[in-house]
Design a protein around this ligand. Structure first.
Ligand code: NDP
Ligand code: EPU
Length: 430
């Protein structure tokens, strides 16, 4: 077993990977298009919502060009921030979805709040967009205002880290590791914005943001005021939070973390795959930079680090959450799996409290016959991980939905387990 020294000197600033800076295709906006009367959205949101993807979309601080509002249309924002009939597909990591009637890019918290208030006052449907990495937008687009959160702010004070919602998450992780701090190093390479991390309590490789967030500053659309919500009131659980439970109520403005100064070492390594790869035991610490690099390699091997050249990464990451089953339902599932695959088969299982068991959606999909690379059309399963549904180029949202529905039906038929989609569906239902 390899052990690392207690004191570790972090690498010089700038040596870290800056995943958020990669590949920014031109923002393909029709500047003078009129708002389209798209179909009213259906699904989880009463109002649809696309998300601006910094990883492959325009840089968050660069304002889209052009886009004067049609005559007579009320406006409270700088014209360069407002576009009409704006394609949303380039703002998502799936590169799917139709246009928004109106796309507003907000670069300050005040602009975010103004845009939200304006939409609410006029009864206009609002779609908040962060990095676009967890959005599945319908081909008809969004009939309302899409608000792209492009605020910037990385403030490190000792071990306290405050991030503006529009910060590129993977850059923030890199910078915190460069500063020698621990707590979010295993969340490296996750696409999207800092403001989206508390929404679904982002987690990977043994870390969840709920462990380090101290509080979230959000605009509360119900009370029409800015609120500070401490961790204990965020109702965090696996891929869930108060913000996700009330999807139309809060717009996250800032997220504050308390990181750990472990002399440049990581937090104790928790995820078995990471520990194995590092050659350490779970619970050991390694240099935070090493933990981050290891996670980046593991993620890249699964097609989970954005790369515009690699269609396996034209995805929304995991398309389904890992099912959490009551223990009896899990036992029934195991019996069914063994009947189908052989008595020696044991599906992945992680206890969730005393009464429930989490299993693997990727395993279910794989064993139901949807193996890596499954599909013949423009939407297929990733060749690197069965949980990522991908756009091979030229796909439509309907293509992807057809694949997703086929997978859900196939897994249900094979194992009696119903998969639930993780990405936010805008104007469509899986
Ligand atoms: N673990 C992994 O490997 C992966 C994880 N992800 C996670 O998915 C998340 C997607 O982030 P991102 O690409 O920025 O988000 P998106 O632009 O994809 O938006 C998805 C949804 O997040 C909500 N949201 C985003 N920003 C805000 C905000 N400031 N305030 C309120 N709601 C917000 C909105 O939901 P609503 O309208 O319901 O509030 C939105 O519809 C990331 O945080 C990432 O961690 C994605 C891919 C891989
Ligand atoms: C990518 C995301 O997050 C990921 C996160 O990166 C990883 C690492 O911690 O763990 C979750 O995936 P996951 O449960 O599929 O984790 P993995 O470690 O990749 O795979 C778990 C198990 O699935 C099985 N597996 C995986 C891939 C595959 O093609 N086939 C397969 O059968 C294996 O048994 C493997 O051991 C998160 N997904 C969810 C929904 O919880 C995301 O949210 O978008």
């Amino acid at each position: 077993m390899r052990r690392y020294p207690a004191a570790f000197t972090p690498p010089p600033p700038g040596s870290a990977l800056r995943t958020g800076d990669a590949a920014a295709p031109a923002h393909d906006i029709c500047p003078h298009g009129r708002p389209k009367g798209g179909a009213a959205p259906t699904g989880r949101h009463p109002t649809p919502d696309p998300r601006a993807a910094q990883p492959h979309g325009p840089a968050p601080h660069s304002r889209p060009q052009g886009g004067a509002a049609p005559p007579g249309r009320p406006r409270t924002l700088d014209p360069v921030q407002e576009l009409h009939d704006a394609p949303l597909a380039p703002l998502t990591t799936l590169r799917l979805g139709g246009p928004a009637d109106r796309l507003v890019t907000a670069v300050t918290d005040a602009e975010v709040v103004d845009a939200v208030r304006e939409a609410d006052d006029s009864g206009t449907p609002l779609l908040v967009i962060g990095g676009g990495s967890n959005l599945l937008i319908g081909d008809k687009g969004f009939a309302g205002t899409a608000l792209r959160i492009a605020t910037r702010g990385f403030e490190l004070d000792g071990t306290r880290l405050e991030l503006a919602a529009g910060e590129v998450w993977s850059d923030a992780v890199a910078r915190s590791v460069e500063a020698g701090l621990a707590g979010i190093e295993c969340l490296a390479g996750i696409p999207g914005s800092a403001g989206a991390t508390p929404i679904q309590n982002v987690g990977a490789y043994g870390q969840e943001v709920s462990s380090t967030i101290t509080h979230v500053v959000a605009y509360d659309r119900l009370d029409r005021t800015t609120v500070t919500i401490p961790n204990a009131e965020c109702d965090f659980s696996y891929r869930n939070s108060r913000f996700k439970q009330h999807p139309d109520r809060y717009v996250v403005l800032r997220v504050v973390f308390e990181l750990e100064d472990a002399g440049g070492l990581s937090a104790p390594v928790k995820y078995a795959e990471t520990a194995r790869t590092l050659g350490v035991e779970p619970g050991d610490r390694v240099p935070a930079a090493t933990a981050r690099e290891t996670v980046l390699k593991l993620r890249a091997g699964k097609g989970m680090v954005l790369d515009p050249e690699d269609h396996d990464t034209w995805s929304a990451g995991s398309f389904f959450t890992n099912p959490i089953l009551p223990n009896e339902a899990y036992a029934a599932f195991v019996a069914r799996a063994q009947e189908r695959l052989g008595a020696d088969v044991t599906p992945p299982a992680w206890p969730v409290g005393a009464d429930r068991t989490k299993t693997s959606a990727a395993w279910l999909i794989d064993k139901a016959g949807f193996t890596k690379g499954y599909g013949t059309g423009p939407a297929r399963i990733s060749t690197k991980h069965t949980l990522a549904l991908t756009n091979r180029g030229g796909a439509t949202t309907e293509d992807l939905l057809a694949l997703a529905r086929e997978v859900v039906a196939g897994v249900e038929l094979a194992f009696g387990v119903t998969l639930v989609n993780e990405p936010v569906a805008v104007g469509v239902e899986v």
